[in-house]
Design a protein around this ligand. Structure first.
Ligand code: DC
Length: 220
């Protein structure tokens, strides 16, 4: 069975276009798409709703132990409820890195992610997929873009929806902070796997980046 499996790992910093690109690649190849960031976001949502301090690691771990996080038809469910929208709010983006650096949280998420990858062909995106979660993936991609471009995209996304009152400079600062926490944390930091292809999306359209990935996979 393993020779027929198709497992693709996509990593990279916030706002590089990973999710949009990975979703599109999944459609083209007719495989599943798993957004691991959504899993960390779902737990962050629960922590915020529970009024536990973001630095209260002991209580966060306890809370996690009674939490279910699942993907059903590409939608993320927290304790049986769809939270696709709630996890995208800026309060979650601002806090999620603090949750994602807790060792016990990562261990549980990694276990869940490996379980999901056991039974299906998929493209999984995150920060540590090619390095830690699925080191034996058939293909690994590191999708990146300049920090200014990533902030610009995120700013447009947040203000387009009209629900966040935020400046470009604030978004840029938040992304820089998140990059720093994600790439300097002790466990499973954001890092390019040595065998990953780098896709720099700074001056590319989504379609161009998708085509680059598909071409690499088709080449075999
Ligand atoms: O990709 P995203 O912005 O939705 O990710 C949310 C946060 O979760 C981000 O700060 C990094 C963290 N994350 C992680 O540590 N490991 C992953 N595999 C995926 C996301």
């Amino acid at each position: 069975m393993s020779s027929k499996r198709l497992i693709i790992a996509v990593d990279g910093p916030a706002g590089a276009g990973k999710s949009t690109i990975a979703k599109r690649v999944a459609q083209i190849l007719n495989i599943e798409y798993i957004d691991t960031g959504a899993m960390y976001r779902a737990l962050t949502l629960k922590v915020i709703r529970s009024n536990i301090g973001i630095d209260n690691i002991e209580e966060i771990i306890k809370l996690m132990e009674s939490t279910t996080i699942e993907f059903i038809n590409n939608h993320i469910y927290l304790d049986g409820k769809n939270v696709d929208k709630e996890i995208r709010e800026n309060i979650i983006s601002k806090n999620v890195s603090y949750i994602a650096k807790i060792k016990e949280v990562r261990l549980m998420m990694i276990k869940l992610q490996r379980q999901i990858a056991e039974s299906t062909n998929l493209i999984m995106d995150g920060r540590d997929i090619g390095t830690i979660v699925l080191p034996h993936a058939n293909y690994k991609f590191f999708v990146t873009a300049s920090v200014e471009e990533r902030a610009r995209r995120r700013y447009i996304e947040l203000t387009e929806e009209g629900k966040e009152n935020i400046t470009y400079e604030q978004v840029l600062e938040e992304i820089k902070i998140r990059d720093k926490i994600d790439s300097t944390r002790e466990i499973a930091p954001l890092k390019k796997s040595p065998d990953a292809y780098v896709i720099d999306t700074t001056n590319k359209t989504i379609e161009e980046s998708v085509n680059e990935i598909i071409a690499i996979i088709e080449r075999g």
